[in-house]
Ligand binder design. Structure first.
Ligand code: SAH
Ligand code: SF4
Ligand code: F3S
Length: 502
């Protein structure tokens, strides 16, 4: 595993399960909510929605669960070990509940949606089970528990985007924030639980996204990350509540053949008169201010258009970094995974990125040992890595998830030790590529957004360049966190760029 410090915050292992708190004065009479999140950035963004909904009914966040009236654990189901981690954590909360019988313990998120009321049978201490589309109901559900009943709401919605809820920012550095732009997923990759736990894909009102970005900028934030399981399928029609067609996003949109594209011509109102696609949305958010950096995740190889790439190239404040998960380098395996692209298609998208956005950082997710994967097919994943030379990668062994297409139709037939050995080969290759990519920055000057002081020393600042790579450099008096600095990179470790402000 490469050091996680350099990895983009949307996948930050270090944040798993950390208590999420709002840095605000404490009111003596407020009820206390302890909330921790697992899984992807969308879950972290949802925890901010939850805290916002509960703050309306007098709850404040606390970082100490011994002080809490309500403990919420926002869960992930993506791999079996994600669920095991949550079960272990719940047993710790069980001890607390025996000490304080009035304590309410709630399970939110993807595991809640997957297991529904079964959770209440399996984990006796749990009082409330709430799926990702039912958070508006939380105040009622808490009341129900207070009147002596267990409470469950796992209804999925085709409309809910929480567009009107302005999330409170938990554990915020006041500089970088997430903005959800779509919820759910329609893709049905055969290994994946997300379509079952998050429901149908829907796109959020573009006005509300731009307004949120603008409000963040005005509050001093300097970087937003637009979040969706497949940001490229974002599509919103003014006047429509949600994404009307839903099915395959903008896969049919023709790619733009040249660099002359200006999706909205810089005209927000113009863009809002028609259908807003992801390229349009990116441009609208980029136009909030040249000083507001824009990131996004996750791009889907089948849907990422040249129009999106041209938009990234056109705006300096849209980061030159694309997370484009390949999953496998072999076409037969990709077909079994129902990814709906081939090895050649993926390579074509990489070539388009390299042509349109020279120097763009690219990262990936890879699954080792998917059902029936042969040694030769695994080699094709390794050769894909050699072709792209990813800046970062998030790599996993295949974990069969109940109810998915793969669990129903395919045999999980690769022995665990073979999966682990293939994963180790992938990790070793990635480590070499990550180091090589970082070394490319040495001797260059990188424009860094300063996020704060470094974890190791308060005499150093840390911040990311465009590519997402973390740089550490001595703090100076006249430049503050939240400001940009040009940092000359003198050297690097396997995970961090080291330099000085010039
Ligand atoms: N929407 C994103 C992925 C979200 S899940 C996309 O389509 O790329 C994050 C990653 O978890 C996936 O990219 C995949 O690599 C991994 N993953 C998902 N299900 C998995 C499973 N059953 N076993 C192992 N890894 C899995
Ligand atoms: Fe899962 Fe595929 Fe949707 Fe990503 S695109 S969330 S991997 S179903
Ligand atoms: Fe996990 Fe749900 Fe995200 S399964 S990865 S928390 S969408």
């Amino acid at each position: 595993m490469i050091d996680l410090q350099i990895q983009d915050k949307t996948h930050d292992e270090a944040r798993q399960g950390e208590a999420l708190i709002l840095d605000a004065p404490v009111k003596a009479d407020a009820r206390k909510l302890y909330i921790e999140s697992y899984g992807c950035a969308m879950n972290f963004a949802d925890s901010e929605i939850v805290a916002s909904i509960l703050s309306e009914t007098g709850f404040e966040t606390t970082g100490d669960y011994h002080q809490a009236d309500v403990i919420f654990i926002n869960t992930c189901s993506i791999r079996e070990n994600a669920e095991t981690r949550v079960r272990n954590r719940l047993s710790q909360f069980g001890a607390e509940k025996r000490r304080n019988p009035k304590l309410i313990v709630g399970v939110l998120g993807c595991m809640a949606e997957r297991l529904k009321s079964k959770f209440l049978e399996e984990e006796r201490l749990v009082d409330v089970v709430v799926g990702p589309d039912a958070y508006r109901d939380l105040p009622n559900l808490i009341e129900q528990v207070e009147s002596g009943h267990k409470a469950v709401n796992v209804l999925l919605s085709r409309e809910e985007t929480y567009a009107d809820i302005s999330p409170v920012r938990l554990n915020s550095n006041g500089i970088t924030a997430f903005i959800s732009i779509t919820r759910g997923c329609n893709n049905m990759c055969s290994f994946c639980v997300v379509p079952f736990t998050r429901g149908r894909e829907r796109s959020r009102d573009a006005h509300s996204i731009v307004a949120e970005a603008r409000a963040l900028f005005e509050a001093g934030y300097r970087e937003v990350t637009l979040l969706g399981q497949n940001v490229d399928s974002y599509t919103w029609t003014p006047g429509a509540l949600t994404n009307p067609s839903g099915e395959r996003g903008n896969a049919e949109l023709p790619n733009q053949p040249n660099g002359q594209v200006s999706p909205t011509g810089g005209d927000l109102e113009g863009a809002l008169a028609g259908v807003v696609n992801f390229a349009n949305l990116l441009e609208m958010v980029a136009l909030v201010s040249p000083e507001l950096r824009v990131r996004f995740s996750t791009s889907h190889p089948k849907d990422i258009t040249d129009e999106v790439l041209h938009t990234i190239a056109k705006y300096d404040n849209i980061c030159n970094y694309i997370h484009l998960p390949v999953q496998s380098g072999n076409t037969r395996v990709l077909e079994l995974m129902n990814r709906t692209y081939t090895r050649e298609w993926y390579i074509n998208r990489i070539d388009a990125i390299r042509n349109i956005i020279p120097g763009c950082a690219i990262s990936t997710d890879i699954i080792a040992g998917f059902c029936t994967e042969t040694e030769e097919e695994h080699q094709e994943t390794l050769s894909m890595m050699d072709y792209v030379q990813y800046d970062f990668a998030y790599n996993f062994t295949y974990s069969e998830r109940p109810g998915t297409l793969a669990a129903r139709k395919l045999e999980d037939d690769i022995p665990e030790e073979v999966k682990k050995r293939r994963l180790a080969e992938i990790l070793a290759k990635q480590q070499a590529h990550s180091l090589m990519r970082l070394q490319e920055w040495v001797g260059k000057t990188v424009r860094v957004l300063i996020e704060g002081t470094s974890k190791k020393s308060d005499k150093d600042y840390c911040g990311r360049g465009d590519s997402g790579a973390m740089a550490i450099f001595p703090a100076v008096d006249n430049v503050k966190p939240g400001e940009y600095a040009n940092v000359y990179i003198e050297r690097c470790t396997s995970a961090t760029l080291i330099g000085r402000i010039v």
